[in-house]
Design a protein around this ligand. Sequence first.
Ligand code: ZN
Length: 544
Amino acid sequence: MATRSLFLPALAALTMTATTAQSQRGGAPPVTKNPQGLPLSPAPDYVRKDTPTDPMIQKIWEEGMQRSQVATLSQQLMDSIGPRLTGSPNMNRGQDWLLATYKQWGVSAKKEQYGTWNSWKRGAAFAQLTAPRVKPLEATMLSWSVNTAGKWVEGDVIALTPYRTPDEFKAWLPSVKGKIVLASAPRITCRMPSQVAEYSMPSTQVALDSAQRDLSAMFQGMTQRVPTFYADLKAAGAVAVFESNWSSYPGVNKIFGSPRNAMLPTMDIGCEDYGMLFRLAQNNQGPKVKVMAESESLGEQPVFNVVAEIKGSTKPNEYVLLSAHFDSWEGHSGATDNATGTVVMLEALRILNTTMPAPTRTILVGHWSGEEQGLNGSGSYAADHPEVVKGLQFAFNQDNGTGRVVSTGPAILPENGPRLAQYMTQMPAQLTQSLRLSGPSGIGGGSDHVSFLCYGAPAVSLGALSWDYGNTTWHTNRDSYDKVIMDDVKQNATLTAMFAYLASEDPQPSSRTLSDPLPNGPNGQPISIPSCGKPTRESTGFRR
Ligand SMILES: [Zn+2]
């Protein structure tokens, strides 16, 4: 407490000084709040005008808002465990942490195998420019990349010459011997587009955009047009392949997996360094790079979901499911995708276990694996547990970052809209005043609620305020603990616990009456229910 009361005024003073200094210099214009985060106006009927009267809602509020564990859980998961690539040893560490956390709370939880996956262990990896000058490169080895057999390897840098025919590619191939190949288009500028729009002459912006479009188009599909692209590079003696997947801001790149057939070490290079390497190569200024990549391929290994459970006291065969995928990409810590969703569900269960240890319906938490490769963990769970799909009162899924939940809706089950509104009328206005309840919609896509909705079961997405998710953190090398807005996560966990409580104790079953007609699916095609595809349960069935 003492530290806190000393710290806060000091921080406030610092912030004020910075703001004043900036406005005196004529700095950035004042920022207006994102309208999505503001209270809805006029306030919908489900926003309370007085304090909640339900004593359980009050207990959940106090536990969630006054004794929140989200910061501790987030720090352990994001900093100490880190990213959780499907099938990796680090994913196993993460799942062990989940089990230990639940055990400490006296909640039963277990690992449930749903398939096998290509297990890969990240090791140290570096890249360094050695000529014409020395400079460390911002390099991240892609997941599943092969290694350099424990050695530093040095090679000249060559940019791929875009080719139109396989013969042109073959003719170019001998030039890669002993070299590091730049395989994607560079960015002409790594300034953020909003800055270019604000400061450039209109003619400059048009010229930049057009040149970038042409350059990107030239390289588009170059690594796939010849199916043996990587094997041919390796056979021709190339050392490594660099690419760059820029995320529209300086310093931010998206880091995905190495292509399945990449037989060479593959690395993502930061936008600025990649552009520099490309220009040095194009201008024949003799760029040389030294790389070292350690990794271990552990073969096809069992993969698991972790499922926690508080058994229902009187309706144990009816379920409320709290859902968030646990796996991540590996650019940084997988913080907002989806450690925050994980922490929301984990903390919601802690709150419920403390306040309501004997719910009417069974409350489950599904910590799915394999989401990033196609909803494989949740899809397998739904296929393996028809009893949960059948008895599902509601599933609540969260998977778009750290922000406050600002949207939800009944999707293809319109009668559940008023039911969700009814739940929201029980809650404090602080949790619902910005929460937009949409009307019926399609199944949507992109996250694990779809694995249940596709059976016609009531699964709801809790849509978060974006905090610029798409550019800043989603699958990027900047998806780290500091990006998490703990107040928002704390609020989301409390909201989710309240939804789970109200769904668990609801005397009425939720509706399964489908929209008629059903809206089209994500690809625009008409859908029927069930519309669930077959989950991919082994990595040999997966093309990345
Ligand atoms: Zn996600």
